[in-house]
Design a protein around this ligand. Structure first.
Ligand code: F6R
Length: 243
């Protein structure tokens, strides 16, 4: 594991964006596993700016997102599809048909999970999987559980996640109760995993993820066993970790 401590959120975003830029520069047809959420907004902004400045070309990149809320159509302004379009895809030259997200509105979630696994199988293993960390240790939407998931799964969100994500909705009651998420097994097969964490609110869980026992009750702890994981976290998030 490589652990990089940054001054603050902006510094974390710059360093994470630099790793993704290098990945795309060194391998223009990279398969990127992408995440959504506040943690990655800053780094997507930097990547979009680098594209605008002619420094990056995404025309051969394929992206496979981690997750999508159940019940939200791509044009819903809180869907992860919408997040990706507005924060990144519409600002760079990636081909939209080379971008994949689970379909949160699928009638048959089991079939949707298998469909998504076959996409991951076809393009994988992911060259680089970008990850944020939930307050409860989730990666993707793999919530604390009794075992680690292998493939894509439909998951009921925990009250903690619903509360944490309610900041993006008008009201907590509007937060979808379920999601479709790439499995931990697929995340672990990525060639490189890049975990970004910011803020003192995640300091306790980050310490558990990095130093605690590997257990499905703290899903992110599995990353201790990843062959090539880079953790970029700011000083606030690392306040309980000695480095
Ligand atoms: C989103 C995802 C989640 C988030 C995590 C942190 O695609 O996979 O695991 O990365 O919930 O969210 P933020 O960055 O909003 O704190």
């Amino acid at each position: 594991m490589r652990l990089i401590k940054t001054k603050d959120y902006d510094d974390m975003s710059r360093k994470a964006a630099a790793i993704i830029s290098s990945q795309v520069t060194l391998k223009p047809n990279s398969v990127l596993g992408l995440a959504t959420g506040s943690t990655v907004e800053g780094l997507y902004e930097i990547l979009a700016k680098e594209y605008e400045d002619g420094l990056l070309d995404f025309s051969d990149v394929t992206s496979i997102n981690l997750d999508e809320y159940a019940g939200l159509a791509p044009d819903h302004d809180q869907s992860y599809d919408y997040f990706m379009s507005t924060n990144l895809f519409n600002k760079i030259n990636i081909h939209r048909n080379n971008t994949y997200l689970p379909d949160g509105t699928a009638d048959n979630m089991d079939e949707e999970c298998r469909r998504y696994d076959s996409i991951i199988e076809t393009f994988g293993p992911l060259d680089l999987q970008l990850l944020g960390l939930g307050h409860n240790g989730h990666i993707g939407f793999n919530e604390p559980a009794d075992s680690f998931s292998k493939g894509t799964q439909y998951i009921k969100l925990t009250d903690e996640t619903i509360k944490a994500n309610s900041r993006f909705f008008n009201d907590e009651s509007e937060v979808p109760r379920g999601a479709v998420t790439m499995g931990i097994g697929s995340i672990m097969k990525s060639k490189t995993a890049l975990l970004c964490v910011s803020g003192s609110g995640k300091a306790e869980i980050l310490k558990e993820v990095l130093e605690g026992p590997v257990k499905p009750q703290v899903p992110g702890s599995i990353l201790q066993l990843h062959n090539d994981v880079i953790v970029i976290a700011d000083a606030d998030a690392l306040k309980y970790v000695e480095i």
